[in-house]
Design a protein. Sequence first.
Length: 193
Amino acid sequence: MVKTSLAWQARFPSLAHVERYLSSIADPTVRANTRLKLGLLEALQPVLETSPPATLTFTLPYPPSLNSIWRSILVRFTPKNPNAVPYRVKVLLSEEGRNYRKAVISCVQNDGQPTTPPGARLALLLIVSPPDLRKRDLSNIPKALEDALTHAGVWADDSLIDVLTVRRAPVHPGGRAMVQITPLTTTLFAGGA
């Protein structure tokens, strides 16, 4: 069953009419974007149906903002120069960031520990449903998720991503991030990074 918001109801008399209209859109990406605009929560499904066989797909918890995953602390040390300041700033992953990494690692393990081909350049599609209507910057979302997937062993490093697409979906209780990782046959960069 398709979960919906009320956006589609302003234009269509029923979900059957929505699905009929969507089936007339040949391009799966345009169809997925139209689903999002109409408020259909399962916008990723049509894209997944046409994904290449090597594509990995799974749903992860909504990531914390980049602004909240790092913490700075002062560390005391003995400087060689007696006139130097005896403190340095050290940046650490916050408790929220550590908990998110653990949650992603658990999700990946529960999905059978999928991995990308070694060294493959990647396309990453994220469709994120925030937990509530508060304002959120989409550009703050990918980094925590990418780092967590690196720590989960899905890929060797997030520097392998050549194409990154992030879409906002309607609110979902608790939030979620639908992830699609596709190895690329052609890459933006020849050779290594």
